[in-house]
Design a protein around this ligand. Structure first.
Ligand code: NAD
Length: 349
């Protein structure tokens, strides 16, 4: 799914050329070939990462294989000496993520973790305004994702925490990454109440029932005193907005609604005074929006990654960022399982 979304976005990215693809499953190569359309004849196709590493000549590599394969795939690709964008979550364990951070530090070309929610235009505007001080001194950040259940995946890898890292890593690493970025500090302790209560209950794969959280509340305390929370439901597909974020400071509250693209600014006016709410709308390029299912985020992330590959811009989401998001997600998974607060210090961070 995500590989095809990357191909569709690269197709409309100025100056980008798709040279080669690799996937061990023939039907997936077929979907990629369909997405390439007329350009497919010029694209080399490989059925393994090893063959790709030997046969492809590329400036940059996008990794969109299942979460639990990222380390293994990277192990074969670092030596190609190309820039790398690896999909989130960076890995399924802190140990693997640390290994990737160490290898990325010695890699001469850019290494980028695919945290594209940062690049959704309404989210990016929200982040910019909070950083510019629009809410005053930020004290509280709340993020809600209410969405549809996990989609079917190739080989059903996303049904089991062993393959994904668990929902709080797999899905929620995006939101923990946003929290770190918006708050500008590191997480200190995490409490998560969550379980699989509605989805996947009747599903069986080789006789095994899925074990992935489908709803949770998570609070994250940051070192600078800001508190953040995540409200996740994977059985709320009827919600008008899939993501909502609220930043509340000592001067105002700012909300963003996605996909509505609406920003709502609510300055403090005192108990008795009329409200002075201001609403604005953040537009998304229709071509970018049409090329994926992430509100144009994949396109804008690619534009920023391409600038980094050309030496014209910074790496905006490092391997270390990827590790930190995995670590908060891991803390949330442990917290939900053991009904307790988990400190980042006990995870070595
Ligand atoms: N950034 C986002 O918002 C976003 C959205 C969806 C998925 N993702 C991430 O993208 C990755 C892929 O997810 P998906 O939804 O596309 O899953 P998918 O099952 O649709 O696709 C995964 C593909 O990887 C292939 N594959 C399996 N093992 C491989 C290996 N060793 N080497 C190369 N290819 C291999 C599979 O055959 C399949 O075609 C995951 O890490 C996922 O978390 C990110």
């Amino acid at each position: 799914m995500m590989g095809v979304e990357h191909l569709r976005n690269l197709a409309i990215l100025p100056g980008a050329e798709i040279v080669a693809i690799a996937d061990p499953v023939a039907t997936s190569v077929g979907w990629a070939t369909d997405a390439l359309g007329d350009r497919a004849a010029d694209v080399a196709r490989f059925d393994s990462v090893e063959a790709f590493a030997k046969g492809a000549d590329v400036d940059a590599i996008i990794i969109a294989s299942p979460n639990n394969t990222h380390r293994d795939v990277l192990e074969r690709l670092f030596d190609m000496g190309a820039a790398i964008l690896c999909e989130k979550p960076l890995a399924t364990t802190i140990e693997d993520a640390r290994w990737i951070v160490e290898r990325a530090a010695g890699h001469a070309k850019p290494f980028w973790t695919g945290m594209e929610y940062r690049f959704m235009p309404p989210a990016a505007a929200f982040i910019e305004q909070v950083h510019a001080g629009r809410v005053g001194r930020l004290q509280m950040l709340s993020i809600r994702e209410h969405r549809f259940p996990f989609l079917p995946k190739v080989g059903d890898w996303n049904r089991f925490s062993a393959n994904t890292g668990g929902t709080m890593v797999e899905k929620c690493c995006h939101f923990f990454d946003l929290m770190r970025l918006i708050v500008g500090s590191e997480a200190v302790r995490v409490y998560c109440s969550g379980a699989m209560d509605v989805n996947h209950l009747d599903e069986r794969y080789d006789g095994q029932r899925p074990d992935i959280i489908d709803n949770s509340f998570t609070t994250v305390d940051f070192a600078n005193g800001v508190r953040a929370m995540l409200d996740l439901s994977m059985f709320a597909d009827g919600a008008e907005n899939q993501e909502e974020m609220s930043a509340t400071g000592d001067a105002a509250r700012l909300d963003v609604l996605i996909p509505a693209g609406e920003l709502v600014y609510s300055p403090r006016v005192g108990f008795l005074n009329p409200k002075q709410v201001e609403r604005s709308h953040i537009a998304v390029d229709p071509a970018a929006k049409a090329a994926g299912s992430h509100e144009g985020a994949t396109y804008y992330q690619h534009a920023a990654f391409a600038a980094a590959v050309r030496g014209e811009g910074p790496v905006q989401v490092s391997a270390e960022d990827g590790l930190r998001a995995v670590a908060i997600g891991t803390a949330a998974e442990i917290s939900a399982r053991e009904y307790r607060v988990v400190t980042m210090a006990e995870l070595g961070l």
